[in-house]
Design a protein around this ligand. Structure first.
Ligand code: KIV
Ligand code: ZN
Length: 388
């Protein structure tokens, strides 16, 4: 039987921790609405105790979304938990997400706490969060480098205190897939009452293995994946939503798992994130890179014309790309430009379209055809600058 994997999107929290990815409240709201359209199950909207701006953005998102769970991140101390709850309390489905590190390295150098003190903090924080909100997630930061039995003990304490989701992060992207899958299995076998909670994973990409580690964990029983659009996040980033979702979609013959994601919204969401953050996607990025569905070699082009499946494992339409290739030139009007940009994944406001249209016309006067790359450059230069 096919099971659902919950998609927990943290673009607005861990993604925003990418150097240079700071978003203002308006941009966060716009992205949150698009994430709801995309069909993510949970949106981690921010870290409310971090700043007044973050608190406001999370509160506005919580008040606006109609279906999606809204999570607010907090450490295990009361003021943090209160801030998170204050910001998310009006959400249709609020979730308090509290975390503390469990590795000896973090305990000794960062927290300066003993294991027993950390267990006491978990118990106190989760129990308190539970008095505010039914839906509580606990994360064991640096879980993949923690002593396995202590990690299980931390999860046991969190479950007993009322946690409904337990998250196992590979905080520094150190794990490799076989090892991470084994750790997930160990935790499932050695944590009492683990089945009372959903087991989640949260992988970073320092070794380029975040997607592989996430899939390995899902294959052995994790049922929530924490991800970001375009894989943005701390350092080398987080597991990318589009890679996990499309791997499950494309290889459902091997993994009987599915998600609630509307895959045709993947490309527009990716473009919106690039536009808002100013972080463009590398051309050869899986799923959403400009070249992900481009065929250059003659043999490949010939094969694709005969049957796309010769060199395409998924259809571009599935992720919301139009196969339509309209040529744009100096005679093209605003509507053609707007439609073409929409097909490229850019859903611009009237004001943004005006900026792009003026620059497009100026370029079209000098150039026979304006290519998609030219438009991408215009958007980066023109629209992003207005967001700065
Ligand atoms: O990477 C990490 O450990 C985190 C936690 C706060 C979940 O982002
Ligand atoms: Zn993280």
């Amino acid at each position: 039987m096919t099971e659902i994997v919950k998609i927990f999107d943290t673009t607005l929290r861990d993604g925003e921790q990418s150097p240079g990815a700071t978003m203002n409240t308006g941009e966060k709201l716009r992205l949150a609405m698009q994430l709801e359209k995309l069909g993510v199950d949970i949106i981690e909207a921010g870290f409310p105790a971090a700043s007044e701006g973050d608190f406001d953005a999370v509160a506005q998102i919580a008040g606006k979304l109609k279906r999606t769970e809204v999570a607010g991140l907090c450490r295990t101390d009361k003021p943090d938990i209160d801030a998170a709850w204050g910001a998310i309390r009006h959400a249709v489905k609020p979730r308090i997400h509290t975390f503390i590190a469990t590795s000896d390295l973090h305990l000794e150098y960062k927290l300066k706490k003993t294991r027993d003190q950390v267990l006491a903090d978990i118990k106190k924080a989760v129990s308190y969060a539970k008095t505010l909100c039914e839906n509580v997630e606990f994360s064991a930061e640096d879980g993949s480098r923690s002593d396995r039995d202590f990690l299980c003990r931390a999860f046991e304490v969190a479950i007993a205190a009322g946690a409904t989701t337990l998250n196992l992060p590979d905080t520094v992207g150190y794990a490799i897939p076989s090892e991470f899958a084994e750790l997930v299995q160990y935790v499932m076998q050695h944590t009492p009452n683990i089945h009372q909670a959903v087991l989640s994973v949260h992988c970073h990409n320092d070794l380029g293995l975040a997607t592989a580690n996430t899939l390995a964990a899902l294959a052995v029983g994790a049922r929530q994946a924490e991800v970001t659009i375009n894989g943005i996040g701390e350092r080398a980033g987080n597991t990318s939503l589009e890679e996990v979702v499309m791997a499950l979609h494309t290889r459902s013959n091997l993994l009987p798992l599915t998600t609630n994601i509307q895959t045709e919204q993947i490309h527009p969401t990716s473009r919106l994130v690039s536009m808002i953050t100013g972080i463009m996607v590398q051309p050869n990025k899986a799923i959403v890179g400009a070249n992900a569905f481009a065929h250059e070699a003659g043999i490949h082009q010939d094969g694709v014309l005969k049957n796309p499946m010769t060199y395409e494992i998924m259809r571009p339409e599935t992720i919301g790309l139009s196969a339509n290739k309209l040529v744009l030139g100096k005679h093209s009007g605003r509507h053609a430009l707007r439609d073409h940009l929409k097909n490229l994944g850019y859903d611009l406001s009237a004001e943004e379209l005006q900026v792009v249209f003026t620059r497009f016309k100026a370029l079209a006067d000098k150039k026979k055809h304006v290519m998609d790359e030219d438009l991408e450059a215009i958007i980066t230069e023109g629209v992003l600058r207005t967001h700065e």
